[in-house]
Design a protein around this ligand. Sequence first.
Ligand SMILES: Cc1cc2nc3c(=O)[nH]c(=O)nc-3n(C[C@H](O)[C@H](O)[C@H](O)COP(=O)(O)OP(=O)(O)OC[C@H]3O[C@@H](n4cnc5c(N)ncnc54)[C@H](O)[C@@H]3O)c2cc1C
Ligand SMILES: Cc1cc2nc3c(=O)[nH]c(=O)nc-3n(C[C@H](O)[C@H](O)[C@H](O)COP(=O)(O)O)c2cc1C
Length: 591
Amino acid sequence: MTQLNDGLKKSLLPANAPFSAEQKTWLGGFFSGLRSHLAITQSLVPAQVAGKPITIIYGTQTGNAENCAYDVADAATALGLAPVVMDMDDVELEELAQAERILVCTSTYGEGEMPDNAAALWEAISSDHAPSFENSFFSVLALGDTGYDDFCLSGKQWDERLAELGATRIADRVDCDVDYEEPAAEWTAAALEIIKDKGSEAAASSVPTAAAPKKAKSKFGRKNPMLAPLIAKRRLTREQSSKEIMHFEFSIADTGESYEAGDALNIIPRNQPALVAELMAIFNIADDQQADYEGEQVVLKSLFTDIVEIRTPSKDFIQLIAPLSGDNTFAEMVVNKDNTGLNNFLYGKDVVDLLNAYNSVANISLEDLLKTLKAIAPRAYSIASSVNAHKDEVHLTIGSVRYNQEGRDHNGVCSTFLADIANEGEGIQCYFAPNKAFSVPEDDSTDIIMVGPGTGIAPFRGFIEEREARNASGQNWLFFGDRNKENDFIYREQLESLEAKGLLRLDLAFSRDQEAKIYVQTRMKEKGAEFFEWLEKGAYFYICGDAFRMAKDVDATIHEIVMEHGNMDKAAAEDYVNALRKAKRYVRDVY
Ligand SMILES: Cc1cc2nc3c(=O)[nH]c(=O)nc-3n(C[C@H](O)[C@H](O)[C@H](O)COP(=O)(O)OP(=O)(O)OC[C@H]3O[C@@H](n4cnc5c(N)ncnc54)[C@H](O)[C@@H]3O)c2cc1C
Ligand SMILES: Cc1cc2nc3c(=O)[nH]c(=O)nc-3n(C[C@H](O)[C@H](O)[C@H](O)COP(=O)(O)O)c2cc1C
C-alpha cells in the first residue's frame, strides 16, 4: 500500500485540488495512464509539413505492418507528400473520414482476427453509423501467412469496408505472405504513384498530422539473419515434469544489435536429421543426390535440412496429396474447403505421416513434392531478459514440442532444434522483431500487472529485470502458473528472491496440485478488488502465452472483475476494458 500511495504523491494533481479522495484516486490513475500513453504516442505531435497530406494507418500485433507504414511514409516524403503515420488505436474515425488520401497497412491475427490495436477502430468503422468516406482515395496492404485459413482477412475486410463507405480504391489490395518485404515495396510504389495525383492540392493543415519518427531499422531480417552464438542452455522444468521447458542464452556482442524488453527474437531453425532421413527414405534419395529446386541444382539432403519446411504440410502439399490419396473424406474436405474438419484431421500430422499413409496410392514424384515445399519459417520467441541486466545477451524460454501420435514420435522444428541439435558456441541464425506496444511503461512509477503462465512468463522475466535495472518505483505484480509447483515452477529462485526483496508481488496457480483446477484467472478473481484498484490507479496490464484458451479466459476474467468491483454492467465494463486497450494499458503477446 505504501508504494501505491507514493505513486499518488507523484500525481500531477496539486495537494489542494478541489476533489474528494475517491476523485483524486481516479484522476491519479487517469493521469498516470495518460502520461505513459503520451510517452508512447509522442510521434503524434502535430507537425506542419509541406505537400499534400497522406494518412497511413497501421494495424499490427508484432510490428511488421508498423514497419511497412513507416517505409510507405519514407517513400511518400521522397515524392513530396506529407505523410502522417498513425497507430489505428490513435485514429478517430470521424477525422479519418476527412482524410483525402488513406493507405492502410494491416496484419491479421488470431484466427482471422484484427490485430489488437485495430479492434476498436474496426468496430467503429463496421458500425451502421460509420461516416461516409466518399471524399477519400485509398489502398490496402494486407500482411498475413498462407499457412492460416483466413489469409489476410483483416486487410480484405478493410478493403471491402472502405469501398462500401464510398471511398475510391486507387490500387488493388496486395496480400502478402510471410516474405512480405518485396510485395509491400511494390504495392507502396504503385499506390503512391497513383494517390499522389488524387484529391485536392491543399497542404497539410486540415488533417491530423504527425512527424513520422525515423525508426532505426535493423539490417538483419529473414533473408539476411544475424548469427548469435548460443552460449548456454538448460532445462527449467524438472525431469519429472510432463513438460520440457528450456532456457537458452545467446550472445549478441558482435552483432551491433540490441533490443527492448518485450521484443521477440525470430530463430531460423534446421530440421531434425531423423525427419530428413525419413523423408529421404520415402523417395529413396541418396545422401549426395541433387535435384532442381527453383531453378538451381541443390543437394537434396541440404535442402531438406536447412532450406525448406518438411514437417508442417503446406497448403500446396495438401492440395497435391488429397485428391490422389484415395481417401474420399480427406479429398472432400479439401474440395469443400471444410477448414474445421481439415484442421482436426491434420492436427499433429506432418508431411511424412501423410506420405506414409497415402503415397503408395498417390504416387507423388519427388519433382511434385519439391514444388510444394516452402522456405523454412522462422519461429518467434518473446525475449526473456533485459539487456540492462544481461549485457550483450538475449535469453529465451522455450517449451519443447514433442508428442507421439499413432506410434510415431514428432518433434517441433525449432524448439527441438535448439533443445537437441544446436550446440553451445554455435552461431544461430536469428533476427529481432521489435514490439513497441508490448513494453514496460516509460514512466517508472507506473504499476504493472503481468499474467504469464507457462512459457508466457518469458517477457515478464525481461520486464522485471528491466524495472529492477532502472530502479523503477512502480510495483510489479505477476500471476504465474503451470501444472505442478514442484516440477514446473520455472525461474523459481529468481522470482522468490525478487519477491523477498519487495520487487515483485507473486500470485501462483498450479492446476494439478489439488483436486480442483486452479488457473491464473482463478487467482485474478480471488484478488479482484485489489486488481481493480490497481487498474483504477493507472496500472498497465499484460498477458503473454497461450492465445487460444488462456488469453481468452483471462480476458473474460478481467471483464468480470471490472463489472463486479467497478459496479458496472456488461457494456460499461466492455468500454472500460476497451479504453485500457486504446491507452495501451492492456496489451497482449499471445500465440
Ligand atoms: C510473438 C510470438 C512469441 C512467442 N514466444 C514464445 C516463447 O516465448 N516460448 C515458446 O515456447 N514459444 C513461443 N512462441 C511459439 C513459437 O514461435 C513456436 O510456435 C513454438 O516453439 C513451436 O515451434 P516448433 O518449430 O518447435 O514446432 P512446429 O514444428 O512449428 O510444430 C508446432 C505444431 O505442432 C503441432 N502440435 C504441437 N503439440 C502437439 C500435440 N501435443 N499433439 C499434436 N500436435 C501437436 C501443432 O500443430 C503445432 O502448431 C511464440 C510465438 C509468437 C508468434
Ligand atoms: C498467433 C498468430 C496468428 C496469426 N493468424 C493469422 C491469420 O489468421 N491469417 C493470416 O493471414 N495471418 C495470420 N498470422 C500471420 C501474421 O499476420 C503475419 O505474421 C504478419 O506479418 C504479422 O504482422 P504484424 O507484425 O504487423 O502483426 C498470424 C500470426 C500469428 C503469430
